[in-house]
Ligand binder design. Structure first.
Ligand SMILES: Cc1cc2nc3c(=O)[nH]c(=O)nc-3n(C[C@H](O)[C@H](O)[C@H](O)COP(=O)(O)OP(=O)(O)OC[C@H]3O[C@@H](n4cnc5c(N)ncnc54)[C@H](O)[C@@H]3O)c2cc1C
Length: 349
């Protein structure tokens, strides 16, 4: 018989990670299932952006924030399954949830927290032959480190907010910025577009990448062939890096067995309450996936949702349990850890 967990969290983004910490604090046997090879959710899309609006947290880079979130989530050693896509959730005759994955595995749980955010989000890839070969070198779908673009020639493909945002961000860092976009106009915030137009960046409208020309030894793109769809002119551009921002593919295909009546809003979000309830008993939700009046689609909102969803899951699995947990500063569960931390603090000072 497969191991039974008190709560299984679908999605290892901010909501799921904080839920894992909090369910550990509530002494629940916890599992996280995440499709991506890494924990972090959407914050992995903005590793080099500064986050300012989390209470009590000084400005912090997305990448560092993810590391902190993951460290906190692992405090009580939840089971973590990466590279695992949840396809269907069902219930067995014992009243336990059966979570089926794309590889045919089954996971068993007394309660489920849906923290699947915007679904599975993957960047739209560049549709040019052989492009995937350069993903390990100088073709990027997100910006892992601004420093690696210092004094480089960077070609950015895309006409939306993300592409323009990176172009502006890299202006003072890169030697040269070229922005190529398919349409006549850029569809991004006016102030950002103006900033770019008033800079020395080259903006090439009606232009697409048609070929990547590589140095076979270094397996790096050296030149990019561009086509102007209006003039039909073909040009070659020498580059050090190519960044592609053509939007995202969203896979929100997670299904529930017909006996589980999860109500949706606008076809995708789970209709629920501010206390983390969905329309199915035993299935709770937190973060971007959950919709209710007064919902805040921010990290701060995801954390509040996570606490509510865990508290609801706790009383669902143990009806005699307190409805809320003791605050962390007075919670006995941290006693041994606090002694260690206090020793370190005293020793350091
Ligand atoms: C560019 C950008 C900048 C932002 N900046 C800020 C900011 O400055 N401040 C702020 O407060 N908020 C910001 N946000 C919003 C914030 O990132 C989100 O509110 C937050 O990530 C929501 O967390 P979540 O855990 O609900 O969902 P997500 O972060 O979307 O995580 C959901 C996870 O579930 C996984 N998943 C989905 N479906 C399945 C499945 N079927 N099986 C297994 N796993 C699955 C996904 O792979 C993903 O890892 C920003 C968002 C973006 C896109």
């Amino acid at each position: 018989m497969k191991e039974l967990f008190d709560v299984t969290i679908i999605g290892g983004g901010p909501a799921g990670l904080y839920a894992a910490f909090y369910s550990g604090l509530r002494k629940m046997k916890t599992k996280i299932i995440e499709y991506q090879p890494q924990l972090g959710g959407k914050v992995l899309l903005y590793p080099e952006k500064m986050i300012w609006d989390v209470g009590g947290q000084p400005p912090i880079l997305g990448d560092s924030f993810t590391k902190q979130l993951v460290q906190q989530a692992l405090t009580f050693h939840p089971a973590v399954c990466l590279n695992t896509k949840v396809d269907v959730i069902d219930k067995n005759k014992n009243g336990h949830f059966v979570i089926r994955t794309d590889t045919g595995e089954e996971h068993y749980s007394k309660a489920v927290i849906m923290a699947n955010g915007g679904g599975i989000v993957n960047p739209q890839k560049l549709k040019v032959e052989g492009a995937e070969k350069f993903e390990m070198t100088n073709l990027h779908y997100t910006v892992p480190s601004l420093r690696s673009f210092k004094d480089k020639v960077v070609l950015i493909s895309g006409g939306g907010n993300t592409a323009i945002d990176w172009a502006v961000e890299l202006l003072p860092i890169a030697r040269k910025i070229l922005l190529v976009y398919r349409k006549d106009v850029l569809s991004a915030h006016e102030a950002q577009v103006d900033q770019l137009r008033n800079s020395n960046a080259s903006l090439l409208s009606n232009t697409t990448i048609t070929k990547l020309i590589a140095n076979p030894e270094k397996r790096k793109i050296e030149k990019v062939q561009l086509l102007n769809s209006k003039t039909e002119e073909v040009t070659l551009q020498e580059v050090d890096h190519v960044i592609v921002n053509h939007g995202y593919n969203q896979d929100a295909s997670l299904g529930f067995a017909p006996s589980l009546h999860i109500e949706k809003k606008d076809g995708y979000f789970y209709q629920g309450t501010a206390t983390g309830l969905t329309t199915e008993k035993g299935i709770f939700a937190a973060g971007d996936i959950l919709s209710y009046d007064g919902k805040i689609n921010l990290l701060a909102g995801a954390f509040q949702d996570a606490v509510n969803a865990v508290n609801a899951a706790k009383t669902y699995t143990e009806p005699a349990a307190e409805s809320i947990a003791m605050v962390s500063s007075h919670n006995d569960i941290f006693e041994a850890r606090n002694r260690e931390l206090m020793k370190e603090l005293v020793y350091e000072n």
